[in-house]
Design a protein around this ligand. Structure first.
Ligand code: GDD
Ligand code: MN
Length: 386
């Protein structure tokens, strides 16, 4: 068979544990799929199933005829180590740019895969989830108890972890491989998709409905242990999400506390301005009062600059070039701020009929805030929201 580059290949990952009566049926059903311009690499990850699943598939692969557009491989692990970890193990080996994850017990119909890939291409999304809980989706053959467990787990995920799709616990999904870059997954239990959805907030997801049919052969491996695992996982993911949110909070706290310092410095500047302008006009120095006022302005701008540099923005680098450049920008922005303030007061009083005191407050706050943003970004080289 010709080697096809990974650019037009998809990889289907199928974890198996004691699926001797199912595995060949799934494989045969997959072999019927043909995808336009795409070849399919199927990877079965078997955990040394005591019922001989691995051996059965090996024998089948040794005697089967090649099917165009398909390769099938089996990876063996020594012992049962969990569904998610088996899937991740398979993904490491996978060559496709798109990964499909599915069960091996025929609960997930392979003929849905072309539709999933089509949906992914059409809506250009990163993840396509085959969903039991969309309107047209269904579950056949589950006892009430299992339905309740699944619904509860789904509700917890949606409410507690702010996951907004209908079936975040689905074990049948396709995704672009690149979304795993830089992602650290715990790989515990059954909730791989959920973990991706919580940790990757910037991905686009599409759900398509399907009918889940409970297995005819073999047993579900979902038990109390899986449920306990799920609870731990949700708790961990909840803390993960909260940490991210507090980091965001911290950013806003930084932003506003710096803004508060900037305004405090501005207010202190008024005092310095007044004091210096007054002192320089008294008999001690005896400047003409307008000259004294200029000294006051320059002096207060300088103290404002130094206080903002060291206190507001915590910049202790006083190399001459850097400091002079910052000083120049600071004076520039302050002058701009003064012009904005003047313009605003004029406009508010003349055109909008505001009373002068209110207009002044609004103008001072606006100019001050604008100044803060400009200096934060351009004078002290910080990100605005930080
Ligand atoms: N290699 C390996 N190792 N495979 C495993 C292991 C393991 O430890 N545990 C389970 N599997 C395989 C099974 O052989 C099967 O192919 C698939 O994982 C799903 O296991 P089931 O035991 O059939 O799961 P289920 O049908 O109860 O659960 C289904 O619904 C869940 C949500 O309600 C699955 O689709 C889950 O993926 C899904 O989260
Ligand atoms: Mn199953």
């Amino acid at each position: 068979m010709t080697q096809i580059s990974s650019n037009n290949q998809i990889s289907i990952i199928i974890p198996t544990y004691n699926e001797s009566q199912n595995i060949l049926k799934v494989i045969e059903s997959i072999l019927k799929i043909q995808l336009q311009k795409l070849s399919i690499q199927t990877i079965v990850v078997d955990d040394n199933s005591p019922d001989g699943t691995g051996k059965i598939l090996e024998d089948y692969l040794n005697t089967m005829k090649q099917v165009a557009g398909h390769t099938i491989e089996i990876l063996h692990r020594k012992a049962k180590s969990g569904l998610s970890s088996a899937v991740l193990y398979g993904i490491e080996y996978a060559k496709g740019h798109t990964i499909v994850v599915m069960d091996s017990d025929l609960s997930h119909p392979p003929h849905l895969i072309p539709k999933m890939i089509e949906a992914m291409n059409k809506s250009k999304c990163d993840i396509v989830v085959a969903s039991r809980y969309l309107k047209e989706g269904k579950i056949i053959g589950w006892p009430l108890k299992r339905k309740i467990i699944s619904k509860t787990a789904t509700k917890i995920a949606k409410a507690g972890l702010r996951v907004s799709i209908e079936d975040p616990m689905s074990g049948f999904f396709a995704f672009k491989r690149y979304i795993l870059e830089g992602l650290k997954l715990d790989a515990i239990g059954y909730k791989m998709l959920l973990e991706i959805l919580v940790k990757k907030t910037n991905v686009t997801v599409k759900e398509i409905p399907y009918t889940f049919t409970e297995r005819q052969f073999g047993e579900s491996k979902m038990g109390l242990y899986t449920i306990l695992n799920y609870c731990t996982a949700v708790w961990k993911l909840y803390r993960y999400g909260r940490n991210i949110r507090t980091q965001e909070k911290r950013k806003s706290i930084h932003f506003f506390s710096k803004a508060a310092r900037f305004f405090t410095v501005g207010a202190s500047g008024l005092g310095v301005n007044y004091l210096i302008s007054f002192l320089f006009a008294t008999s001690m120095v005896d400047l003409w009062y307008l000259h004294a006022n200029i000294v006051g302005i320059v002096f207060s701008m300088t103290t404002n600059f130094l206080l903002n540099k060291t206190w507001t923005f915590g910049d202790r680098n006083f190399s001459t070039k850097r400091t002079l450049l910052q000083y120049g920008k600071f004076i520039g922005f302050s002058s701009l701020g003064a012009l904005v303030q003047l313009g605003m007061v004029y406009h508010l009083v003349e055109n909008s009929n505001w009373i002068y005191p209110t207009a002044l407050i609004i103008a001072v706050l606006t100019a001050g805030f604008g100044n803060f943003i400009l200096n934060k970004k351009w004078t002290f080289g910080e990100k605005i929201w930080n």
